[in-house]
Design a protein around this ligand. Sequence first.
Ligand SMILES: Cc1cc2nc3c(=O)[nH]c(=O)nc-3n(C[C@H](O)[C@H](O)[C@H](O)COP(=O)(O)OP(=O)(O)OC[C@H]3O[C@@H](n4cnc5c(N)ncnc54)[C@H](O)[C@@H]3O)c2cc1C
Length: 413
Amino acid sequence: MSTDADVIVVGAGLAGLLCARRLGERGHVVRVLEAGDAPGGRVRTDLVDGFRCDRGFQLLNPAYPAVRRYVDLPGLDLRAFGRGVEVLTARGRSTLADPLRHPSLLAATLRSGYLRPGELARLGRWLAPAVGPVDRLLAGPDRRLADSLDRAAVDGRLRHEVLEPFLAGVLAEADGATSATFVRLLLRSFLRATPAVPSLGMQALADQLAQLPPGTVTTGARVTRVARVAGGVEVDGDLRLRGRAVVVATDPVSAAQLTGVAAPLLGGLRTWWFAAEQPPACSALLRVDGRGAAAGPVVNTVVMSNAAPSYAPPGRHLVEATTLLPSDAGEQDVRRHLDELWAVSTQRWQVVARHDLPEALPQVRPPLQARRPVDLGDGLFVTGDHRDTSSLQGALVSGARTATAVHQHLAVA
Ligand SMILES: Cc1cc2nc3c(=O)[nH]c(=O)nc-3n(C[C@H](O)[C@H](O)[C@H](O)COP(=O)(O)OP(=O)(O)OC[C@H]3O[C@@H](n4cnc5c(N)ncnc54)[C@H](O)[C@@H]3O)c2cc1C
């Protein structure tokens, strides 16, 4: 059978891009077909009136092992957020920050009331597996986050006012149903490094991975069908191409449609981007509401331009606010909540952009399956965060290990 490439990768998100790069490095001819107008998938940035608005607020953790291995971090010119969190509670505002990074916030942190030895010790014991070897963590028991914290008697203000509100935005769910093992993996990275964004926006990460030989990536090319044929696999849609192997590197819903793998539950997020003449605070700490489910709808908000001034034009400021989806909260609900969270009036803030991502993150339920099969047989492969873990790290790991599997398949074939 004549083929158009050794491998056709469907989807130019992080997983597809890294998979293509690793295969190219091993000498294979690769084509990448991307339905969108640029590579990046869920990692894109819109430039709106000089503001850089990522398509949904997200953070790059430089401690992610796959990020360290496959990404040129200095090339991204990372801008770090504050190392801590500001919390609105019924008693007022509290700050919990790493005193080594923010010595000036030590007194506020000590006054926060969150450093009670009993709960700190129980939380420390619960977190302990996160600092040991990953294999041991993955081999340990797993259960819902809420049940796991209950069993460990972590049941005080630190959990309910800080940890759970913070995790709601990270996990795109607020009912504690996520795998506790997955949360420990995430917290392991948060303990090791401070999350950041590239100075040019999250898209810079995708752009770096998209540096492939000319002609490798074709945008505006949606694949609607994938079929095994004699000696390889054929993709059809805007283009019809044949490869000795095909890697479906789409989002999980499209992957399920194209290959028949099961689609996971997906958590949704909506991010509002506001332009402000004055920043509502001078810190780059994430702000959350610790008053429980009745407070809302914003799960986190931060002055982006305090962390990364390049996210706003000179003299202006960019504030993000994220809510969970589905939600019927409108702009006025978000502004009312932001008024409370920032203790300023947001009436003069202008909406720069709003990004709705109803399928932002695969939900990771216990027991965590950190490595789902990627080889579907006869030259068909599937990759993406839904095959590994729901994060940039998961997408990269997935792309890299799928490249290894495809390489082995081609060598044998
Ligand atoms: C709002 C939001 C916040 C997030 N926050 C964080 C965070 O703080 N930290 C973190 O680590 N992770 C975060 N993530 C998760 C992270 O962005 C994803 O896990 C990762 O980008 C997934 O990459 P992927 O390559 O697996 O899939 P995708 O990025 O979904 O890539 C799939 C690609 O396939 C293309 N495609 C789909 N169907 C077809 C088709 N039929 N034909 C051709 N192409 C197709 C799509 O256009 C897309 O480009 C967040 C995600 C979102 C949306």
